[in-house]
Design a protein around this ligand. Sequence first.
Ligand SMILES: [Zn+2]
Length: 340
Amino acid sequence: MTKTMHALMALLLLWVPLNVSAQSSGGVNWNTVIHLNQKYIDAAQIPSFYREYGFTRSLAATNKIRFTSSKTNKQKTVMDFIVGSQEVYLNGLKFHFSYPVVVKGGQTLVSQIDLVKLIDPILRPTTVKKVAPLRTVIIDAGHGGYEPGTVNKHGKEKKFTMALAKVLQAKLVRKGFKVAFTRKADEYVSLGDRVKIANQYSDAIFISLHFNAGGAGRASGIETFTLSPAGVAHYGRGLRQSDLATRTGNAQDSANIALATAIHGRAIRNLKQRDRGIRRARFAVISGVKHPGILFEGGFMSHYRDGAMIADPKYLDRMAQSLFEGIVIYKTATEKNRYR
Ligand SMILES: [Zn+2]
């Protein structure tokens, strides 16, 4: 297998080859049922809907419904739904659904919004629409100036986000990308201004870099946030009226999850850190940018081991390399789609 092929497969899980049907699953062909005021779909429909995968369904554990692709000429795809949980695994990579999978009346129900906004763009990247050719990567180094972000004995978050940003910039420039920064120095730039700066560019993606804190020093690992689709809550809180409104970034819903999958998948695979998953949130920067965007949390500064690694330039270089590889895979994948 060539390196490129391998990279593509590892990330967007698979490029469904040429027999992909033009059918869209935007809710048109699914039979839906209503549960707690949400539209749900019986997972039994998945094999017939994603026929090109040849999915078979099995019970991998008491509460784990597994779909395994049987098309052996392609990369094997394994999709695990956990009953009663919002966690879903695609080839072992963790994603967070907006609504839990439930069993009701003998059916395993998955919310329609999760199928349409999360599963579909990954299983059928050819449905990712309106993706601009990628020329510019906008790097948003979190915090700055009088706002240090998280602080530990090794230093301040604003310093580490900038260190990571600069290494990533060098790798991207060597590959021929244009790179823009929302801040260039140790200065305070408001979230609104970061969005304004980012939206001056076109044919771009937006990568916001942060490091985490919390969990009383015990939490560790990497997580990647993408914008919640309209009707989906911000991570960690209940649905609010304001969550029903569409944000600027929602125009990129499909591209957002594809970008998150590429980058997060690469980071987890290369860095071997705890996979905290791809999550949905409505942070100001990813809500406001018009480009496909993510907010990457590269580990917990509040954790003794994560914190020490983040302070190690060699480790930050590996992290930047993972981000870089994810960006290249995303670009290759979306442009392949574009010119199909
Ligand atoms: Zn931060």
